[in-house]
Ligand binder design. Structure first.
Ligand code: PEP
Length: 248
């Protein structure tokens, strides 16, 4: 049985005052059957671990591929782990686009994160042009093959399918389109890593998940939860998404 996962990506949002949202979530969803993860900006990780009181996992949004060294402004996986993080998001489309990260970069970072004892949330998704050209499965297949290192297990790998055109836009693929990609990802994971590992990996959907559409998305086959941007910033929005996941 895969445990459902509601993951929030705060991106470059959040100051000390935002930790109150985490305390609210932690208090309201301490008994949630789903796992809850928040990835705040790195400046808040230590304080977020304290504010979430063990009820919510705290993750980073990126890490460097090396353990330490002359890389001004970067953060290593070991540093995230040392600050109390349990997970790290890698290969988000905003990193791929803003920082030119390739599948190889993502795979190398993922290896470093796993070596440091973190679970990795590896993101992939097609652009609107790629979707309209009917290339979605080819793109996802390439990203899956290129971004995931060999040494993953069913526990330390989480895949997030995030169509780029759905992120922050309010547009969501049809439920059939989501199901098609998630079934494809599951089949590819089983083929590459074997049925045991392939069936244990959680596959999240991300892209404009809101309280109003969460339940129908969570009913789609092979959707094991969500990676949520905007609606994870406030407990009043993320809370109902967690509840919808618990009830799915
Ligand atoms: C994201 O950035 O991972 C995301 C899914 O954002 P949003 O929920 O705001 O579309």
């Amino acid at each position: 049985m895969r445990r459902k996962l509601a993951a929030g990506n705060w991106k470059m949002n959040g100051l000390q005052a935002s930790l109150a949202e985490l305390s609210t979530l932690a208090a309201e969803h301490a008994e949630a059957s789903s796992e809850v993860l928040i990835c705040p900006p790195a400046t808040l990780i230590g304080a977020a671990v304290a504010a979430s009181d063990g009820a919510i996992g705290i993750g980073g949004q990126d890490c460097h591929a090396e353990v330490s060294g002359a890389h001004t402004g970067d953060i290593s996986a070991q540093m995230l782990k040392d600050a109390g993080a349990t997970h790290v998001i890698l290969g988000h489309s905003e990193r791929r686009e803003d920082h030119g990260e390739s599948d190889t970069d993502v795979r190398t970072k993922a290896r470093a994160a796993i070596d440091a004892g973190l679970k990795v949330v590896i993101c992939m998704g097609e652009s609107l042009d790629e979707r309209e050209a009917n290339n979605t499965l080819d793109i996802i297949g390439g990203q899956l093959a290129g971004s995931i290192p060999d040494q993953v297990t069913g526990e330390n790998l989480i895949v997030a399918y995030e169509p780029i055109w759905a992120i922050g836009t309010g547009k969501v693929p049809t439920l059939d389109q989501i199901g098609e990609v998630h079934d494809f990802v599951r089949a590819r994971l089983e083929k590459r890593f074997g049925e045991g590992v392939g069936r244990s990996v959680r596959i999240l959907y991300g892209g404009s998940v809101k309280p109003g559409n969460a339940a129908e998305i969570f009913a789609v086959s092979n959707v094991d939860g969500a990676l949520v941007g905007g609606a994870s910033l406030k407990a009043k929005d993320f809370g109902p998404i967690i509840t919808a996941l618990d009830n799915s």
